[in-house]
Each structure stands twice: as structure tokens, then as C-alpha cells.
Design a protein. Structure first.
Length: 212
């Protein structure tokens, strides 16, 4: 969808450029962006770039009405693919290692030290998940070195604990819906990113460089 039309029916709910047409256009743009995210995330290692592209598309093309959703998604995906590969592989590797160690200790560990390790691995996984969400949002907004993206993502996990908890709640609700209705995997990614952006955008705005 392009920029919001200011003519031909702007005062009519059902006219061209009216509220109904705009809402339906935004809805289908959300679905299209979500399907593109699903397709581009299939190699797994590209999920970071796809998530950044989805977030950017939701904010720029759908919420702000700047440009076309599909075109904007692919532009953002191409821009973020190379810089996101190594950091995202780091997230995947860390999650796999922590998950493996956690399961191993739960199944075979005994004693207080094993309990300590279980709690430690679980805690680190709890940090890693919202950090990955923050990272994708940060990546979509800031053209900076990978180290900056990672530092800001982990900083935001602890600096904005209230929002971090909200990310958990929203993600848990999405996971529950997917568990009950697996076919929603084709419908939820766009609305999920849209809902997250409601909380993340005001935080990202605090870290935008000041204009001189």
C-alpha cells in the first residue's frame, strides 16, 4: 500500500481512500508481510534479516503509510541480510547450546550444583529470547555496526524490564494460539509484529541520534 490518499472519498468510510478501504488494505498488507517473513525465514539463518524486514515493513509501510509493503519488505531484507547473518547465527548457536545443556542437566544432573546449572541455563535462555526480539527491531532502524545492535538489544532487555515482560506475554499468547490452531502460522506473524511495534517504537525513539 502506498501513501494514504487525501482525495476522492477521504470523508467517506467506504469511498476510495476511506477508513474501510484503508483498514482492509492494511490488513492484507499485514498478511502479505507475514507470509514473506515465513518464506524468507525458512533457511533459519536468514530469520534475523526477515524479522527486521517484517518489523520495518509494519512500521514504515503499514503504520506510517510510506511506500508499498512487498517492495519495502524485500528492500529491507536485502539491506539487513549480510549484517545480520553472523549475529543471528550467534543467537541460534547460543540458544541451541543452552537448550542442550539445560535438557541434559534436567535428565542426568543431581544435587545442588546441577540445580544451579539448570537455573543458570534457564535464566540465560530467558534473556536470549527478548534480546533477539530487540535485536531485530534495532537492526531494522539503525544502520550501525553489529556490535552496536547487540549491545543495545541486551541493554534494552534490562533497561526496559516492563516492556520485556510485555514481550513475553504477547509471545506466550501467540505461542498458545499457534499450539491450539497451527494454521495460524500463516496469519499471525504480521499482526504479532504490529502489536510488538506498539511497545517497541517508543523505546527505539529514545535511542535515535539527535538531529543537528
Amino acid at each position: 500500500m502506498g501513501k494514504r490518499s487525501k482525495r476522492n472519498g477521504e470523508n467517506s468510510v467506504f469511498g476510495f481512500g476511506g477508513r474501510y478501504v484503508t483498514l482492509m488494505s492494511d490488513f492484507f498488507d499485514l498478511l502479505a508481510a507475514g507470509l514473506l517473513w515465513l518464506l524468507c525465514s525458512l533457511p533459519i539463518v536468514t530469520c534475523g534479516a526477515a524479522s527486521a524486514a517484517l518489523y520495518r515493513t509494519v512500521v514504515r509501510s503499514i503504520k506510517e503509510g510510506n511506500g508499498y509493503a512487498v517492495r519495502g519488505f524485500f528492500r529491507s531484507f536485502r539491506e539487513n541480510l549480510k549484517p545480520s547473518l553472523l549475529p543471528w547465527c550467534g543467537f541460534l548457536g547460543a540458544a541451541a547450546l543452552l537448550g542442550f545443556n539445560l535438557v541434559t542437566m534436567v535428565q542426568t544432573g543431581e544435587g545442588d550444583f546441577a540445580l544451579f546449572l539448570v537455573m543458570l541455563y534457564g535464566f540465560l535462555l530467558l534473556i536470549l529470547f527478548p534480546a533477539a526480539l530487540y535485536y531485530c527491531a534495532v537492526l531494522s532502524r539503525f544502520a550501525m555496526p553489529a556490535a552496536f545492535h547487540l549491545r543495545l538489544a541486551f541493554y534494552m532487555v534490562f533497561r526496559y524490564l516492563g516492556t520485556t515482560l510485555i514481550l513475553y506475554v504477547v509471545s506466550a499468547m501467540a505461542a498458545a494460539f499457534l499450539y491450539r490452531f497451527p494454521f495460524l502460522i500463516f496469519l499471525l506473524p504480521g499482526p504479532y509484529a504490529f502489536l510488538l511495534s506498539e511497545f517497541l517504537e517508543r523505546l527505539l525513539a529514545r535511542h535515535m541520534p539527535e538531529e543537528v
